[in-house]
Every structure is written in C-alpha cells, then in structure tokens.
Design a protein around this ligand. Structure first.
Ligand code: UDX
Length: 452
C-alpha cells in the first residue's frame, strides 16, 4: 500500500521503517530539512537499537521528503505522527498537529484516504482533525473534493525496544467511525496481525508470539485507551514505590514484594520495579494531559494525581538518603551513573538524572556524571547546569563521597567494584534502580543502599 507519515520522531520514524520493511511504499515527511537530509543519507537522528539495520533493509520502499505535494497525493493512508509537547497547563500543544492536518487536507487527491492520528492527542482530536481536513479541502485550487476518513491508531512502543514493540505488539487498536477506514488499516497491518513476515535475524520473533489481537472501536475510545494505558503503567510504578516506602520501615525487601505480587496473573510482573520512578516523554506528559482533560469536564482524577505526586517524591528521597549517609551535602562530590531516562536510549526528556543533579547542585554539591550513550546530548542540552561529565564510571568514582545509580545500563552491573571503592573518597553507592548486586558491592568494600 502507499503510505505517508508526517513527522520523523520516535513514533513516525519507527512506524515508517517497519511499514517499509513489511513491503509498503512509504513516504516519510518532516519539515526539518536537516533531518530529511540525514535520513536520506542513512543517518538516524535518534539512538534506537537496530533501527539503522532495519532502515537499510527497508530503504527500497522508503522515501524521505519535506514536501507535502510529493508525499500526500495518492497515499492510501496518511499517519500524523508529529510532536504534541506539553504546555504549562499540562494540556498538549496541538500547533504541529493542526498545521500537519491543514497541509494534508490541501494535498489529498480524490481517492479515498485514511488519515490516522498516531500522535498522542487529546480525546476529541479525531473530530477536530476531520474538521481541519474538510476546511483545508474546501480551499483546494483544483476544485476537487477529497474523500477521506479519520482514524486513531495509538502507539504503545517503548523507546529502546521500539522495533520489537512495533513488529510484535501485544495488540493493535484502531478507532474509526467509518468502516472503510478500518478495512484499509486492517489490510495495512495484516502482516503484523497474522505474523506472516519473515523476522529480521537481529529482531527474532519471540517464541510466544502469536496472531496479534486487533481491537477496533470508535475514535474517542481509541484516544482514551492510549492515555489510560500510560496512566495505568505510571501508577503501577508509583504503587510499588509507595509500598517501597513502607517496606523500608518494616524491614521488608521491596524487590521480593514486587516479585511476590507480580506472580499473581491478575497483577502481572512488569512495571513493578521500585526506585527513582518514571521519566521520559510519555508518562509525565500523558498523565498531566489526562488530568487536564478531566478538568475540562469538571472531574478530578485523584489516583492519577497521586501517582504523579509519588513519582516526584522518589526524586526527593534520593537527596534524603544522601543526607542520611553524608549528613552535610555542601562541598561534597557526588557521582551519577546514567543520565538517560532509561537504558538503551539517549532521550533525556524528564530524565530523573536532570532533576536529581539540579537538587544536588542547589545544595552546593559538585556533581559528576557518566552515560554510555546520552552524554553528548546532555552536554548539548544541559551543559549550562555545570555537571562535570566523565569518560567512564571509574572516572566518575574518583574522589566521590557517594555514587548514585540513576539509569540501569548493563555496563554498570559488572563494574570493577574493588577499583571503584578504592577511587572513592567515601565508598558509598545508592542504587536508584535495584539493579546492582548487593553482595558483590559489599564484598568490594562499598556500603550499599537502595531507594525504597
Ligand atoms: C512508555 C510506555 O511504556 C509506552 O507504551 C508508550 O508508548 C510510551 O511511554 P517509554 O517512556 O519509552 O514508554 O519507557 P518505559 O519502558 O515505559 O519506561 C518509562 C519510565 O518508567 C522509565 O523512566 C523507566 O525507568 C521507569 N520504570 C519502568 C520504572 O521506574 N519501573 C518499572 O518497573 C518500569
């Protein structure tokens, strides 16, 4: 099928590359010329495992452009995957979405086109995009009337495992009020739904993978599913963090408690890792947007609000633990292991490391840090904070009064802890992710503490 994708961020690029790999003919459009140029040359603007390899395989089916007149006419499906960054009120900024919808409306031809909202958009955006497309269609110079339907197809991919999540999803959700749109999207996703494609060697099909369930529903329900899914995952993390606080007081081990409750199939084992809490571009933004939407209807969402509060408190607990250990923070040197909001990405949006570093700097601490991938981005985007970046974890340890594991990169699990202990002024490690081996560190002469 002929597909156009507006926006080459995480969601747009991953979707485009996967659909191209499956044999569809895909035009990826971005208004940022430097991005288009880089992608044409096979250079990927984000760090995402295996994306480069899959892009290379999909190249014969991919076209990168900055021109709507090139991408839109003749496309059977147009995905809008532009950014919807948060505004100070918590409601997302829809400027890019409206701009994209207008341009799509002006360039669609008279063949039936399904325009799909792939960005995380507020509930009701499907109707709004439809009206923008209709308005734009009325001002077409060739006098033709576009035939189109709007659908919502929320994205559930995680950064760091984006391709795996796209090729082997738990489900595909399609919201459309027009049956023709559902038919088109069913055909588009058929290779994934039936799992009939040949898996790339570097992204093998999980042994447990089966036919993927398709949930077809109305527009508003699909839009709400996306927000509710992210809010639920966020509150699962906050729940285990809240129980972690109590576990610490009563002398229970929160990792064991998480395992114990997760074995109940009604609860499930994932998203129950206690620690510093969530970061990233979705959970904070989407829970704020959900609260803002509810507010428009005069509703409060106390559970979602509490999940956000608990998450903020986890960052304060890092400072509390360091105070407990070091008594005085002013004049100390503290090292952060990891800057990205989670491993296998260079994304720093709402990364806990930034908030923690700032809290420490505000208290007069000299902060050192290392990250295997996100370091250059940190330097570019947050260089002014004054964090001293180091080339290795060992270099961070040099002269430190405490080390905090912020991001559980695999590289940090097997450090030469004896060497780390020797380099530190005060051999203390605060494990913010329950990722390190307590016994190993203790044997190496380090005092070890977790956040919980
Ligand atoms: C999330 C959703 O998982 C995905 O479905 C949606 O499309 C986008 O938002 P992402 O932000 O890429 O994906 O990362 P995710 O793996 O969900 O982790 C989010 C944050 O939660 C990270 O900071 C991670 O460290 C933290 N986390 C995750 C925990 O603190 N504990 C856990 O048990 C799991």
């Amino acid at each position: 099928m002929r597909v156009a994708i507006i926006g080459t961020g995480y969601v747009g690029l991953t979707t485009g590359v996967c659909l191209g790999f499956l044999g569809h003919s895909v035009s990826c459009l971005d208004t940022d010329e430097s991005k288009v140029k880089a992608l044409r040359a096979g250079r990927i603007p984000i760090f995402e495992p295996n994306l480069e390899e899959l892009l290379e395989e999909a190249t014969p089916n991919l076209n990168f452009t900055g021109n709507y007149a090139e991408a839109i006419p003749g496309a059977e499906v147009v995905f809008i995957a532009v950014g919807t960054p948060p505004t100070p009120s918590g409601a997302p900024n829809l400027e890019y979405l409206s701009q994209a919808a207008r341009c799509v409306g002006q360039h669609m031809n008279s063949e039936f086109t399904v325009v799909v909202n792939k960005s995380t958009v507020p509930i009701g955006s499907g109707n709004w995009v439809e009206s923008l497309l209709r308005d734009a269609g009325e001002h077409r110079t060739d006098g033709s009337t576009p035939d189109f339907a709007v659908a919502s197809n929320p994205e559930f991919l995680r950064e760091g495992t984006a391709l795996h999540d796209s090729l082997y999803p738990d489900r595909i959700v399609i919201g459309a009020d027009e049956p023709r749109a559902l038919e088109v999207l069913y055909t588009l996703y058929r290779p994934i739904l039936d799992q009939t494609f040949t898996a790339p060697t570097y992204l093998p099909r999980p042994e447990t993978a089966m036919a993927v369930p398709l949930l077809s529903t109305d527009l508003a329900s699909a839009e709400l599913i996306k927000y509710a899914a992210n809010a639920f995952l966020a509150l699962k993390i906050s729940f285990i963090n809240e129980i972690g606080l109590l576990a610490e007081r009563v002398g229970a081990n929160i990792a064991e408690v998480g395992r114990g409750i997760g074995l109940d199939s009604r609860i499930g084992p994932r998203f129950l890792s206690a620690g510093i809490g969530w970061g990233g571009s979705c959970f904070g933004k989407d829970t704020a947007a959900l609260i803002a939407t509810a507010g428009e209807y005069g509703l409060h969402l106390p559970i979602v609000e509490a999940a956000r509060k608990v998450n903020t408190r986890q960052r304060d607990r890092v400072v509390e633990k360091l105070l407990q250990e070091l008594k005085i923070l002013k004049g100390r040197t503290i090292g952060l292991l990891g800057l990205a909001f989670k491993p296998n990405t260079d994304d720093l949006r709402e990364a806990p490391a930034i908030e923690i570093a700032q809290k420490l700097i505000d208290r007069g601490v000299r902060v050192k840090a290392h990250d295997p991938i996100a370091q250059d981005r940190f330097d570019r985007e947050h260089g002014a904070m004054g964090v001293h970046l180091c080339n290795s974890a060992c270099e961070v340890a040099e002269g430190c009064d405490a080390l905090v594991l912020v991001t559980e990169w695999n590289d940090y699990r097997d450090l030469e802890w004896e060497l780390v202990a020797k380099k530190m002024r005060n051999p203390f490690v605060l494990d913010g992710r329950h990722a390190l081996d307590r016994e190993k560190l203790t044997r190496a002469g380090l005092r070890y503490m977790t956040i919980s």
